[in-house]
Design a binder for this molecule. Structure first.
Ligand SMILES: C[S@@+](CC[C@H](N)C(=O)[O-])C[C@H]1O[C@@H](n2cnc3c(N)ncnc32)[C@H](O)[C@@H]1O
Length: 309
């Protein structure tokens, strides 16, 4: 019995067959490390609100209260606590000095290269983790945080209140802009798409039980539909950042390849970084790498239309 368990890949890795096969296929050189990371305990990562204080300042505050935290070199706002703790007991939590957010998720906002006055759509915003970061980076945004789940949007409201930041929160479907769009184009759009969440299994191991292979094609179709619906809302020269916490190629570079094929006015900007893996389209972090969750990013720019050509 013990021998059977040890040789049965599903039992030995605590991953379902379909996912093991998919990870092997998508990441032939990385899947053993990926699976080990999925089964390891995740760190507690903090995002320090740079409107209030810098990371080094907060790190020394923590040290004075007897807590040690390490800076994440790739992410200027991220600290990882040596010992997980109840975050509400951390100095400044109630006053919005910090948020709990994995370092990989903290890569999103800086990739948008925001400027004061930008009109920004955070299209799948709840519970507002990245919305808060966008405003911490550039408080003078005209920011709409959209989500189709009104209940989760309330969590975004609470988070922003604690951070003392404001955005217009809109309950609506990204695939139905006619229901909520005011007709003015956006300079930046963030699509933090609904996905399989296979990059955050170490935080939510139940994903291994709840997800099925057959879900993935449906998720990819949904992701593509969101991108296609929002693209007309971006101004020429504007940028759309597509993000998922998936490690599956069908939801990531597969979606971006299909999108680019159907949108000749879309160009991909390569993400040059010290983290993750450059893919034919987009850039992928795998779970555990640089102590981060698994995340995918693709940076798209809308070409200005040149008439007469
Ligand atoms: C990955 S979560 C977003 C996490 C969030 N950006 C953050 O950083 O806290 C994806 C969100 O997309 C929302 N969503 C899914 N389909 C949507 C749609 N068609 N239109 C708007 N929101 C949608 C879900 O309700 C969910 O809150």
């Amino acid at each position: 019995m013990t021998a059977t368990l040890a040789t049965d890949p599903q039992a030995a890795t605590a991953h379902p067959y379909w996912l093991l096969e998919q990870l092997r296929q998508d990441w032939p050189d990385h899947w053993p490390a990926l699976i080990a990371a999925n089964n390891a305990r995740p760190p507690l990562a903090l995002r320090i609100n740079q409107q209030r204080l810098d990371r080094e300042h907060y790190q020394s505050w923590l040290a004075q209260t007897g807590r040690l935290a390490a800076a994440v070199p790739e992410v200027p706002t991220a600290l990882i606590l040596d010992e997980p703790t109840e975050v509400t007991t951390l100095p400044g939590f109630a006053d919005g000095w910090l948020s709990v957010q994995d370092a990989a998720a903290q890569l999103a906002a800086p990739l948008l290269e925001l400027q004061a006055g930008h009109r920004v759509l955070d299209a799948c915003a709840a519970p507002g983790g990245k919305t808060g970061h966008l405003l911490e980076l550039e408080p003078k945004l005209d920011l709409i945080a959209l989500d189709r789940d009104a209940g989760r949007l309330e969590q975004a409201r609470d988070n922003l209140r604690r951070l003392q930041l404001t955005a217009r929160l809109v309950a609506g479907d990204a695939c139905r802009p006619a229901d909520w769009w005011d007709g003015l184009p956006y300079d930046r759009i963030l699509v933090d798409a609904p996905c399989s969440a296979t990059g955050v299994i170490r935080r939510h191991p139940d994903i291994k039980l709840r997800r099925r292979d057959r879900d993935i094609a449906g998720l990819a179709a949904q992701q593509l539909a969101i991108l296609a619906s929002l693209w007309p809302l971006l101004r020429p020269g504007g940028r759309l950042l597509y993000a998922t916490c998936s490690v599956l190629r069908r939801e990531n570079e597969g979606v971006i390849a299909a999108f680019l094929e159907g949108h000749p006015d879309a160009r991909e900007r390569p993400i040059l970084a010290t983290w993750g893996h450059a893919l034919p389209h987009g850039r992928q972090l795998l779970p555990g790498e640089a102590n981060m969750d698994g995340f995918y990013y693709a940076d798209l720019c809308k070409q200005a239309v040149i008439s007469g050509i």
